[in-house]
Design a protein around this ligand. Structure first.
Ligand code: URA
Length: 267
C-alpha cells in the first residue's frame, strides 16, 4: 500500500517543480523531506491526529497573520481620509475616542472647512453632546460674543475640541483620553490648514504643544504648529467664573485678529 504521507509529499514536490519550470526560480524552496516539526507520523491517518492538528495550527497562524496584515493601522486609516466628511465617518466608528460615559454622541467640529482661524476647546459638555456641536452652551454664548468683538462670525471659523466625546460629569479630559484623541484632531487640523489656531484653555494648549506650563506662561506667544501659528488664551468657561481674566483674554484675541490680518487670513 502506498504511504499517504509519501504520496502527499511527492505530489507537493512535483507541483513545486512544475511551477518552477513554468515561472522560473521563486522564493519557496522545494521540500525534499518532511520537516521534523510535522513528521509525527504514528497517528497521521487518524482524524484529529497530531499531523492534522499541526496543519490546522499552521493554517490558523497563517490566516491570523494574513488578517493582521490586512488590518489597517490607525495612521493608514487617517491617511486615507482626504475630506472632513471621511474623517468624521472614521471618528463615528472609533471606540478609542469615547470616554467612560456611555451613549454619548460624537461632537466632531463645526464651521468653515477652509477656515483660516481654528479654535480648539477641551471637551463637549452636556449641551454639546445633545446637539452634536461644540460650544453651544453658556461658554459657547460667550465665545460667540468674543468672536463678534474681533469681527468674526461663528461660520467663518472652525471650532473643535481636544476630545470628541463628553467626559462624565464634565471632568477635565484625562491624559489617556487626550492621547487617544490627538491623532484624529491633528488630521482634522491638517485637512483644514488654518493659518491660526487659538487654543481655549490650558488643557487645549498643553495637549497640542506637548508642554506642561501655566496658562499665564503659555499665552501671548504664537508658536509654529503644523504650518500654522498656535496661540493660547483663557477658556470662555473660566472667564465666566473669573472676570479678572477678561482683560488679558481681550488682549489675546486682539492679537489674534491682528496676526490673522498680517498673515492674509480671509476677510
Ligand atoms: N467647553 C469646551 O471646551 N468645549 C465645548 O465644546 C464646550 C465647552
Amino acid at each position: 500500500m502506498i504511504d499517504p504521507e509519501e504520496e502527499l509529499l511527492s505530489d507537493i514536490i512535483q507541483f513545486l517543480k512544475n511551477e518552477r519550470e513554468i515561472y522560473g526560480p521563486f522564493s519557496i524552496p522545494v521540500i525534499t523531506a518532511m520537516p521534523e516539526e510535522i513528521k509525527d507520523t504514528d497517528t497521521f491517518n487518524e482524524p484529529g491526529s497530531s499531523f492534522t492538528a499541526k496543519s490546522a495550527d499552521l493554517d490558523k497562524r497563517s490566516s491570523a497573520s494574513k488578517s493582521e496584515a490586512m488590518e489597517l493601522t490607525l495612521q493608514e486609516k487617517l491617511d486615507s481620509c482626504t475630506t472632513l466628511e471621511s474623517l468624521r465617518q472614521l471618528c463615528e466608528q472609533a471606540d478609542e475616542l469615547r470616554t467612560d460615559l456611555q451613549g454619548t454622541n460624537l461632537v466632531f467640529g463645526v464651521g468653515n472647512p477652509h477656515a483660516d482661524l481654528m479654535l480648539i476647546g477641551e471637551a463637549p459638555g452636556e449641551q454639546e453632546d445633545k446637539q452634536g456641536e461644540p460650544f453651544v452652551g453658556a461658554a459657547g454664548q460667550l465665545l460667540n460674543k468674543i468672536l463678534d468683538a474681533i469681527k468674526f462670525n461663528r461660520e467663518d471659523v472652525y471650532i473643535a475640541n481636544i476630545l470628541k466625546h463628553r467626559p462624565p460629569g464634565n471632568r477635565n479630559p484625562n491624559p489617556d483620553e487626550r492621547l487617544r484623541s490627538l491623532p484624529y484632531l491633528l488630521k482634522q487640523i491638517d485637512l483644514i490648514q488654518p493659518k491660526i489656531i487659538l487654543c481655549l484653555g490650558k488643557i487645549s494648549g498643553t495637549t497640542l504643544l506637548k508642554k506642561e506650563d501655566t496658562l499665564g506662561n503659555l499665552r501671548g506667544v504664537f508658536y509654529p504648529f503644523r504650518g500654522a501659528e498656535l496661540t493660547v488664551t483663557y477658556h470662555p468657561a473660566a472667564l465666566l467664573r473669573n472676570s479678572q481674566w477678561k482683560r488679558p483674554a481681550w488682549e489675546d484675541v486682539q492679537k489674534v485678529r491682528k496676526r490673522y490680518d498680517e498673515l492674509g487670513g480671509k476677510p
